[in-house]
Design a protein around this ligand. Structure first.
Ligand SMILES: [Ca+2]
Ligand SMILES: [Ca+2]
Ligand SMILES: [Zn+2]
Ligand SMILES: [Zn+2]
Length: 398
């Protein structure tokens, strides 16, 4: 390695370190991506670099960075040079969806096509509500119409029905929010990230950055209907597609007056929910489906059946409720956004179907299952079992 290359390599490693140090405190609104550091942040935010390696920043090699750049280039249909050339940088500056690109699973030999996230709804009648309207679009009825039209994109090619209701809990909650808005995925001001949505197993809700200029049937601003249709694809279980012409491609392409789903989108959604029944006529206007007890892929619904296995308030003041393989964070105002989640995903080593939970006055949290006592400790991302024993030893209670 000659000196020049070696210095370049050092610069890259240094850049990686700087990102990891500043990543969490990064608050600037939608900056233009022009430097290598910003590009790395982009690659990390959208799933091209493994966040779990953030504890060992120095291990991020030039190779890993090149691979990430190549993956991004492949996903967005650019020549796979592994270099941050101008085309790549300008692609990174395109307005896009905030959901991570689901990459690195099947290698570059994979045929370009849709991707399924892994969860789906078990019912075909799905309710939704716009619980927070956009600030700039004053006509709520027009917004209602665009959102309904965006759902119709998907109900036209499946047996799904979408029902707008202002009563009770809904499957898909739609909100227009600014900046930090309670789910840890802060919006970034005008441009860049336009919206994001949660997959069925995380609740299906869709959030739109209200600092965008949302428009209806206009060439200026950001087209509400197109972005909403894309986000609802996530709400139904589709990940991003690497087919450039598909609705589920991550980048916003500008207003398309004669919009239609790509075949790739149709194949994707039908892989989850099947084709529409031939005889399926439009539902009669006064059709009122029963409330649906099943909220997502196998997860129980606390409101339909309030029996739980365990509940506790951890040292950080958060209250969690456990049931089967799932858990919820509960706030004074109700269930926190994004729940239920799988226990196994956030509580490393903790089994499902717990018997009880307890947080001691010293802040230690214990779970009980059959004859086991498990102590958990807070980690950067969730909790982890630190002790797993068969009973409390006498005198061990500190
Ligand atoms: Ca934005
Ligand atoms: Ca929901
Ligand atoms: Zn998306
Ligand atoms: Zn959000």
């Amino acid at each position: 390695m000659d000196l020049c290359r070696f210095q370049f390599h050092l610069l890259r490693v240094f850049a990686a370190c700087v990102i990891f140090v500043h990543f969490n405190s990064y608050v600037s609104a939608a900056p233009v991506i022009s430097s290598e550091i910003q590009a790395m942040m982009y690659l990390q935010k959208y799933g091209y670099m493994n966040e779990s390696s953030s504890n060992s920043a120095s291990l991020i090699s030039q190779m890993a960075v090149q691979t990430a750049i190549k993956e991004f280039q492949r996903f967005s249909g650019l020549p796979e040079t592994g270099e941050l050339d101008n085309t790549t940088l300008s692609m990174m500056n395109m307005p896009r969806c905030g959901v991570k690109d689901n990459v690195g699973h099947s290698g570059s030999a994979r045929r370009k096509r849709y991707a399924l996230q892994g969860s789906k709804w078990r019912v075909t009648d799905l309710t939704y509500r716009i619980s927070k309207y956009p600030r700039r679009l004053k006509d709520k009825q027009k917004v209602d119409k665009e959102i309904a039209k965006a759902f119709k994109v998907w109900s036209d090619v499946t047996n799904l029905n979408f029902i707008n209701t202002d009563k009770g809990r809904v499957h898909i909650d739609v909100r227009f929010e600014e900046g930090e808005h309670g789910d840890g995925e802060r919006f970034d001001g005008p441009g860049r990230t336009l919206a994001h949505a949660f997959f069925p197993q995380y609740g299906g809700d869709a959030h739109f950055d209200d600092e965008e200029k949302w428009t209806i049937n206009q060439y200026y601003g950001t087209n509400l209907f197109q972005v909403a249709a894309h986000e609802f694809g996530h709400s139904l279980g589709l990940s991003h597609s690497d087919v450039k012409a598909s609705l589920m491609a991550p980048f916003y392409r500008g207003y398309e007056p004669s919009f239609s789903l790509d075949e790739d989108d149709v194949l994707g959604i039908q892989a989850l929910y099947g084709r529409p029944r031939k005889e399926a006529a439009a539902p009669t206007p006064d059709y009122k489906p029963k409330p649906t007890p099943d909220y997502s892929d196998g997860s129980p619904d606390l409101c339909q059946d309030a029996s739980i296995n365990a509940a506790t308030t951890t040292e950080d003041g958060r209250t969690y409720v456990f049931k089967g393989d799932y858990y919820w964070e509960v706030k004074q105002t109700g269930i926190a956004d994004g729940y239920p989640r799988k226990i196994s995903e956030d509580w490393g080593g903790l089994p499902g179907n717990l018997d009880a939970a307890l947080t001691w006055t010293n802040g230690k949290t214990f779970f009980f299952k059959e004859k086991r006592v498990l102590e958990v400790q807070k980690q950067e991302n969730g909790f982890r079992v630190s002790q797993d024993g068969f009973c409390w030893v006498r005198g061990n209670s500190e």
